[in-house]
Design a protein around this ligand. Structure first.
Ligand code: NDP
Ligand code: 8X3
Length: 252
C-alpha cells in the first residue's frame, strides 16, 4: 500500500530529490515549501511520470501558527503520515563570528531549529495517536564538526543532532522511529542561497571534487525509510568519497 511521505523543503535539492525517489516507488506525497509554483510543477511532473497523488502545503516553517494549523487541519485522507522528511533549512552567509550578520543568524535559527521543531511536533502528535511513523531529520556534517566561519549554521545543525536524539527517546513509547541524516557537501541550491545569489562564489565551493547530489541523499533516506518495522537507523553521516571531514576535501 502507498505510504504517505511528508517532505519539507520539497521545492529544491534534497527535498525535491526525495519526492522523486519516493514517488517512483509508488508513495504519495505531502510537499511543503514557500515557493508554491515550484511545488505545483513538481506535483504535475510526478503525476505524469508515476501517477503520484500530492498535496501541496505552501508555508514558511518559521510561521508557527501556519505550520501547526496546516498540519492539524490536514484533510482526513492525508492525515495519516507514515514518514516525515524534515529537511527545510538553509545557511546564510559564511563570516567570522564577530562580523556575521545578526539577521542571517536569526533566519537560520528560526528556520533550521524552530521551524524543524514546529513541523516535527505537529507531525509527532499525529504519529503518537496512530502509534506509527518515522521522522527523518536532515542535519549536516556541520552538526558534527564546527568549521571556520560556520558558527551559527553549525550550531543549528548541532541542535538538529541533539533534537533528534531527544525525540528518539521521548517518542519511544509510541513506537515512532527517529533517524538523523547528516550529509557532507552536496551540490544543490544550498550554496547559492548561502552566498545570497553570488553564483561564482557558490560554484567555487564544489571546484575540483565530485560532491554528493540530492539523489544520493534521497537514496539514503529511502533506504532508511524502507527497513523492517523493528529496525531504526539512528544516526547516519555520509560524505562524497573526496570528503573526509567538514574541512578535509581532496580536490583534483
Ligand atoms: P536547497 O536550497 O536546494 O533546498 C532548501 C529547501 O528548503 C528548499 O526547498 C526551500 O524551499 C526550503 N526552505 C528554506 N527555508 C524555508 C522556510 N522558511 N520554509 C519552508 N521551506 C524552506 O538546499 P538543500 O537541499 O541542500 O538543503 C536541504 C537541507 O539539507 C537543509 O536543511 C540544509 O541545511 C541541509 N544540508 C545541505 C547540505 C548541502 O551541502 N547541500 C549538506 C548537509 C545538510 P523554499 O525556498 O521554496 O521555501
Ligand atoms: C552543509 C554542508 O559543510 O557546507 O550543511 O556546512 S557544509
Amino acid at each position: 500500500m502507498a505510504r504517505t511521505i511528508f517532505i519539507t523543503g520539497a521545492s529544491s535539492g534534497f527535498g525535491k530529490a526525495c519526492a522523486e525517489k519516493f514517488a517512483a516507488a509508488g508513495d504519495r506525497l505531502i510537499l511543503l515549501a514557500r515557493r508554491k509554483d515550484r511545488l505545483q510543477r513538481l506535483a504535475e511532473e510526478l503525476k505524469n511520470d508515476h501517477q503520484t497523488e500530492s498535496l501541496i502545503l505552501a508555508a514558511d516553517v518559521r510561521d508557527q501558527t501556519a505550520v501547526t494549523e496546516q498540519i492539524e487541519q490536514l484533510p482526513a485522507a492525508w492525515s495519516r503520515i507514515d514518514v516525515l522528511i524534515n529537511n527545510a533549512g538553509l545557511a546564510l552567509g559564511r563570516d567570522f563570528f564577530e562580523e556575521a550578520n545578526l539577521s542571517d543568524w536569526n533566519t537560520m535559527i528560526d528556520t533550521n531549529v524552530k521551524g524543524l521543531l514546529y513541523v516535527a511536533q505537529a507531525v509527532a502528535k499525529k504519529m503518537s495517536a496512530q502509534k506509527h511513523g518515522h521522522i527523518l531529520n536532515i542535519g549536516s556534517i556541520a552538526g558534527k564538526e564546527v568549521y571556520e566561519k560556520g558558527n551559527v549554521y553549525c550550531a543549528t545543525k548541532f541542535a538538529v543532532d541533539a533534537i533528534s536524539k531527544a525525540m528518539r527517546i521521548d517518542l519511544l513509547r509510541h513506537g515512532i522511529k527517529v533517524t538523523a541524516i547528516h550529509p557532507g557537501a552536496a551540490e544543490t541550491e544550498f550554496s547559492l542561497v548561502r552566498f545570497k545569489g553570488d553564483a561564482d562564489t557558490a560554484n567555487q565551493v564544489y571546484n575540483g571534487f565530485k560532491p554528493l547530489t540530492g539523489e544520493d541523499i534521497a537514496a539514503v533516506a529511502f533506504y532508511c525509510a524502507g527497513l523492517p518495522a523493528h529496525v531504526c537507523i539512528n544516526d547516519l553521516t555520509l560524505t562524497c568519497t573526496q570528503q573526509g571531514s567538514s574541512i578535509h576535501i581532496q580536490r583534483d
